[in-house]
Design a protein around this ligand. Structure first.
Ligand code: SAM
Length: 252
């Protein structure tokens, strides 16, 4: 019988791949359905996934969607974007396909980058890939720095199946999960052009701690909610000189 957490279309896809229902149900106790299917839809693109990368989440689609809207309001030229911790490449590929931009995608995991490169080809996008830590110095300046970094505290709650199957390097971070936000804000603000935008996905309980950090930067920022009303995004704006007023930016 179909497990409740799997949609009918996904179940049908899975049955095509694994016609033996018992074998399929056994596999589903150990693997997420997305790894068994082999791909997910992300903002209308097909992104291949396997155990080398985190499965792209719905919340991340909204991060990209919001970033595209801000980018269209803030810039009227070809822009440079870097995606820190690209994993499957979903964010970088979606931005490249929706904006006039040079896109760089960075990850410390060579395995993840191999799959991200395959995904870039699959989606006919040209992206520059860099294999190094997002805490290292950057080599160029950017108009947008975007990241969905690992943000779960080491003692934070994660479903056992996620912990067992998805790359742990994609999940956990030091300092209550804030390590990568701190590093990016401490080290990379000087690589952000002006005007420039930092776009972060954050944990739903991290707004207060992050607000302590960003309020000291003397930059405009906005925490935004996901579709469940939870604060899941932080946008930081570096010296915005907007000639045209914009409904998003009028709030300040
Ligand atoms: C939460 S996943 C995000 C993956 C993808 N961007 C997404 O949104 O689905 C975080 C990614 O950061 C990468 N990562 C972890 N530590 C890193 C580091 N020090 N430098 C660069 N990337 C790192 C992981 O390999 C993983 O791909």
């Amino acid at each position: 019988m179909k497990p409740d957490y799997i949609s009918v279309p996904d179940w049908e896809l899975l049955l095509k791949k694994y016609p033996n229902k018992k074998e399929l149900l056994d596999k589903l106790t150990n693997y997420p359905p997305q790894y068994l299917i082999g791909n997910v839809e992300f903002l209308g693109q097909t992104i291949n996934v396997d155990k080398r990368v985190l499965i792209p989440r719905f919340e991340t689609e909204l991060l990209v969607d919001k970033t595209i809207k801000y980018a269209k309001e803030l810039f009227n030229k070809k822009i440079n974007i870097i995606d820190l911790g690209t994993g499957s490449g979903c964010i970088a590929i979606a931005l490249k396909n929706n904006l006039d931009a040079n896109v760089t995608a960075l990850d410390i995991s060579r395995d993840a980058l191999d799959l991200a490169k395959e995904n870039a080809i699959l989606n006919n996008t040209k992206i520059t890939f860099i294999n190094k830590s997002m805490t290292d110095d950057l080599q160029n300046n950017y108009d947008i720095i975007i990241s969905n970094p690992p943000y779960i505290p080491y003692d934070g709650f994660v479903e056992e199946k996620v912990k067992k199957t998805e790359p742990n390097i994609a999940l956990f971070a030091d300092n209550n999960g804030l390590y990568f936000y701190e590093e990016i804000l401490n080290k990379h603000l000087s690589y952000l052009n002006s005007p420039g935008l930092i776009a972060f996905e954050i944990g739903d309980n991290q707004k207060e701690l992050l607000e302590e950090l960003v309020s000291k930067l003397n930059l405009k920022y906005s925490f935004e909610n996901d579709l469940q009303g939870l604060p899941r995004y932080l946008f930081i704006f570096k010296w915005i000189n907007i000639k045209k007023t914009s409904h998003h930016l009028l709030r300040w």
